[in-house]
Unconditional design. Sequence first.
Length: 338
Amino acid sequence: MKKNNTVSLQEYNTFGVAVSTPLFVEIKSSLALQEKLKDEAFKDALILGGGSNILFLADLSKPVIKISIPGIRIMNETEQIAVVSAGAGVVWHDLVMWCVANNLGGIENLSLIPGLVGAAPIQNIGAYGVELSDVFYDAVCINRKTGESRIFNAEDCDFGYRDSAFKNDLKDAYVVTAVRLALTKKNHRLKTDYGNVNETLVQMGVTKPNIEDVAKAVVQIRTSKLPDPKKLGNAGSFFKNSIVPKGKCARLLLKYPNMPHYHIDGAFDKIPAGWLIEQAGFKGLKKGKVGMHDKQALVLVNYGTSSGKLLWKHAKLVMEGVEKKFGISLEPEVNLIS
Ligand code: EPU
């Protein structure tokens, strides 16, 4: 869709924010990407995957390279393990479904996470007790300056909670073109004790779950709590859960004995930001066409044609409310692009 020689990005971001770019190209192979990176006009381009973890604050002055590199295949295998390679442009959930259909275990808990494969290592996607780093083999990346291909193993990626080197030291330095995962072919290690996965399996009448059952349970939980970006603009969790010093968590527990919290290590605990936002009174509260979702307070929702600026304004209001009530600064999980 073009207006005044610019290209609209509305259908390329799950918030559905109508911003534009002066130049847009879709790339379907790593060779084509290497060529495009040589082109001066695309030097500072924004690399876009599924647009499911970004909030555009204004029209872009820079070009956009949309990564649509396809393909899923088994790269090599032993009796126990298969290494599956997926192009950066593969829809993440399609990869999960492909693996489940081929009886390859390890990512069934990550069903229905929006976005494309290429973005998965950037923020080390995770859900229901599993993170990408648990199954990550390596990623093929292209150096944006030199066009050279390099393979990053897990150590190079320096994964953390919703974090990796690609968000820090290597920010904007590489483009991921393929991700390879080491998955189990048998004796799958199911993780069902997180949240209400077990409970959902019981409700489904499943007593001896396989990876397909776990995927189905996760899909059921996610669809019951999280809004479908095709119907309501959103980017999943807008904030990260809060990591706070143990002393701070203990002080808050004296005042709020029912506050959910999780042990991280000897020094820190994690407090769910969704709980903080709900307690601060923002869950389901709409301001015009913006609000935090009524079933999961961590999800910022575009209920209409809200601009990125209005969405961000609301997010800041929520941050102020939580800061005032709990003395905790929420950190956006979604990337803000201006
Ligand atoms: N909670 C509330 N109110 C809410 C939401 C949550 O009190 O409105 C409480 C829940 O009762 C529970 C706790 O917060 O005690 C945790 O809630 P939940 O299990 O729903 O998960 P979350 O911590 O809010 C994280 C991820 C999600 C992921 C789920 C399940 C982050 C930022 N978010 O949410 O990831 O699906 O766990 O594993 O870590 C995403 O990244 O986009 C995303 C959706």
